[in-house]
Write a protein that binds this ligand. Structure first.
Ligand code: PEP
Ligand code: MG
Length: 310
């Protein structure tokens, strides 16, 4: 299998030719250039906040546009999904003026920052639009921590106004449950399984003691992923996975079986995911997907998938 991994050249596809975009997660221009030397077909998650974690003041529109242009240039003409600032909780940002909160993971983070400070979102969208213009690219733009359809509606309007393609992350169980209504407003969804597991299992993703609960193989988490993928398939809109689940080759095949249309993982995991996917058929993926949804534990889910996918 190692031989196959190092030789994987893309594009992402099952053994019988079902295409799935295999993409990379990056955090800056250097990361994007490194990703472009893998067979990744684009960027499925650009975590913009990680470029600015050490800043005391908000980067200007020009400074932001320069960084976004570097990432777009690294994947010229390819799919690039830019996430707006996911500030707060495990990624506090000094310039975002977070309120003092007892439970920051349940507090003002991600898109919720924009509630009290629409300008910070507008300036970032302006910078993304400027970078799109100078590089001649058409990035997709998504918001983190969306919980309601009305948040998705407001975000989509702001993104469309700038000629960009809007989507949202599905990482709050409420959003997964109402994915069909969120899809009335946006063009694509991207499932963040790290936070979706945290919020579904009520277990801090940073706690090593609770790693068994935040395992993305938890059948409850997979049930929400499946529901989200089905909602996208019903209306023919793309649904990706960009959390750690997509970096696990076996689980990636299960996600494809749910109907997920793209997988985005750290650069180092891209070839392993692509190679595994190429070794199984879409029918195997679908059977594994159906099987894991009948299980009651992570162990049972892994065993059920292994029995079908090898
Ligand atoms: C996620 O929550 O799965 C995700 C991809 O976003 P982050 O890990 O940056 O919170
Ligand atoms: Mg997240």
């Amino acid at each position: 299998h190692l031989e196959q991994v190092s030789q994987w050249e893309g594009p992402g596809r099952t053994a019988d030719g079902h295409l799935v975009d295999v993409l990379a997660n990056v955090q800056d221009g250097a990361g994007a250039r490194a990703a472009s030397s893998t067979a990744a077909e684009g960027i499925g998650l650009f975590r913009t906040e990680l470029s600015f974690l050490d800043r005391d003041t908000e980067p200007t529109v020009d400074e932001q546009a320069e960084i976004y242009s570097q990432v777009l240039d690294a994947f010229d003409g390819k799919k690039v999904v830019i996430r707006t600032l996911d500030a707060g909780s495990d990624k506090p940002m000094r310039f975002a003026n977070h309120p003092d909160e007892a439970n920051p993971a349940l507090g003002v983070r991600g898109i919720r920052i924009a509630e009290g400070n629409r300008g910070i979102l507008y300036r970032q969208l302006d910078a993304i639009a400027a970078a799109a213009e100078t590089t001649g690219s058409a990035p997709w733009v998504m918001a983190p921590m969306i919980a309601t359809a009305s948040e998705a509606e407001a975000f989509a309007a702001d993104v469309r106004e700038r000629g960009l393609k809007p989507g949202v992350m599905i990482e709050v169980p409420a959003a997964a449950l109402l994915a069909d209504r969120i899809l009335d407003h946006v063009d694509f969804l991207s499932i963040g399984t790290n936070d979706l597991a945290q919020y579904t299992m009520a277990a801090d993703r940073m706690s090593a003691n609770l790693a068994g609960l935040t395992d993305p193989w938890q059948p409850a988490v997979l049930t929400l992923v499946a529901k989200t993928a089905e909602a996208g398939a019903r209306v023919g809109k793309p649904v990706g996975v960009c959390g750690e689940a997509a970096a696990d080759p076996l689980l990636a095949c299960v996600l494809v079986g749910f109907g997920v249309t793209s997988l985005s993982a750290a650069s180092a995991a891209v070839a392993g995911v692509g190679a595994k996917l190429e070794s199984v058929t879409l029918d195997q993926c679908r059977r594994a997907a159906a099987a894991v949804l009948t299980t009651s534990s992570t162990e049972e889910a892994r065993a059920a998938a292994t029995a079908i996918l090898g």
